[in-house]
Ligand binder design. Structure first.
Ligand code: ZN
Length: 260
């Protein structure tokens, strides 16, 4: 599943379409397609894993889910969920969720929760984390109400880098460690963006998909379904410290984890 930085790249790729008028709408998405025809693209934005195409009186929200993809000025063999055709060029989105959002996007989204946004507010995130002490560290980094845009890669890499065991309880992290978690989530997201653009994202993975801890030279643990979110995790039992005892089931589930 594409994480926030990949959606930022998509947003940047679509920037040349801003100002163009939609000539025709096609695809299998069950939305009022006729409504989009004739509208001009006012802006392309992103919030977490959502791509937002802002039109004159409505916005289109695209979520690529697990297997979504897109093509710009070219087509795949399969039927698109949404195709936007312009006098020059077209955008094709496949296997994704498409929804219309009414009203201004400023009101529809809390931009302070978006890891990649200039409006990102680390102090507000710290406050929200402190209110959920029974949340597992691995679940916190997948929760879109806390870290919109963060996904499984960011989760595994951030926890490894700050040496925190994924089954640690948020409420048991020392204050400095909690601040480090929030800081590193943002920092790593921008490294992810730069590395992905340079084609070296995987080459810079330290934990995700890896088999050996580069610090301890011992095998990493690979868990198939860790935490309440039950997502794949890679971590080192030796150098990633486990804060608190989460053997009792945590009552605090992640409130908004994307499917997959
Ligand atoms: Zn280690």
């Amino acid at each position: 599943m594409p994480e926030g930085p990949s959606i930022v790249i998509l947003r940047e790729e679509l920037a040349p379409f801003v100002g163009r008028r939609i000539a025709r709408v096609e695809g299998s998405a069950r939305i009022d397609q006729a409504r989009l025809s004739g509208q001009r693209l006012r802006a392309i934005r992103s919030w977490g894993k959502h791509l937002l195409i802002e039109l004159e009186d409505v916005s289109v929200r695209i979520h690529l889910l697990l297997f979504g993809s897109y093509r710009i000025d070219e087509r795949k063999d399969s039927k698109p969920r949404l195709r936007l055709r312009f006098a020059e060029g077209e955008l094709n989105f496949y296997a994704c969720s498409v929804q219309l959002i009414e009203g201004p996007l400023e009101a529809a989204y809390d931009w302070s929760r978006d890891l990649m946004s200039t409006a990102w507010r680390p102090r507000a995130t710290l406050k929200r984390l402190r209110e959920r002490p029974r949340l597992l560290a691995c679940d916190a980094l997948l929760d879109q109400t806390l870290f919109a845009g963060s996904g499984n890669i960011i989760k595994n890499e951030v926890l490894y880098r700050i040496r925190v065991h994924p089954l640690s309880l948020i409420g048991e992290l020392p204050p400095a460690k909690l601040r480090e978690l929030v800081r590193e989530a943002r920092r790593y997201s921008f490294e992810f963006l730069d590395w992905k653009k340079a084609g070296v994202l995987k080459a810079n993975w330290l934990a995700h998909g890896k088999s050996t801890c580069v610090r301890c030279r011992i095998p990493l643990v690979k868990a198939k379904a860790l935490g309440r979110a039950r997502r794949r995790a890679f971590f080192c039992e030796r150098c990633q410290k486990r804060y608190g005892d989460a053997t009792q089931l945590s009552p605090d589930e992640p409130s908004a984890v994307d499917e997959g």
